[in-house]
Design a binder for this molecule. Sequence first.
Ligand SMILES: [Zn+2]
Ligand SMILES: [Zn+2]
Length: 185
Amino acid sequence: MFCVKCGKSLPGQYNLCHDCTLEPRDGTRHCPSCGAENPKAVQRCAACGTRMPKQKQLRRAPTVQARRRKKAAMLAFFLGVFGVQDRYLGFHKRGNRRMIQFILSVAAMIVLLIALRVDFSNAIVNGGQWNTAYADSHAVLWFLLAGLFAAGLISALWVWITSLIHGVQLLVRKGQVDAEGNLLE
Ligand SMILES: [Zn+2]
Ligand SMILES: [Zn+2]
């Protein structure tokens, strides 16, 4: 939708921006549907035929400070794995989900790495000699631990890459809204 007075783009449900005031005799010039400016107050938009809203049909956008896309994108790029950009935009659950997945993945990787190292060093006896029997009986375990480590790595990378993609989307895509439905600046 567009502000019927100044034509500024607004999120879905609003047709008057919070910077504009509209007296009945000001008339509504900009079409809320297509944004086209009509030469004078009209019943219907000359460009698309949409009926212009009456005074009581005006819905003013809330007077909140619009959150900024660029700032959200920078947060996504540098702190995205902790969901900081989501929380900035008011999407707390999504931000927490991102952060928890990342922290759990990294923690699992560290634990698995320590377990691997400890058990691996058990296979080396008497200053550098390789204990073949021990190694043979633990090979499956090592494979398992290495596999789980890889899964943790993929999970952590997934959070990181999706955060970067989110950052790029924030930079290039217009018309995005925050959790309260306010258009990002
Ligand atoms: Zn306006
Ligand atoms: Zn129109």
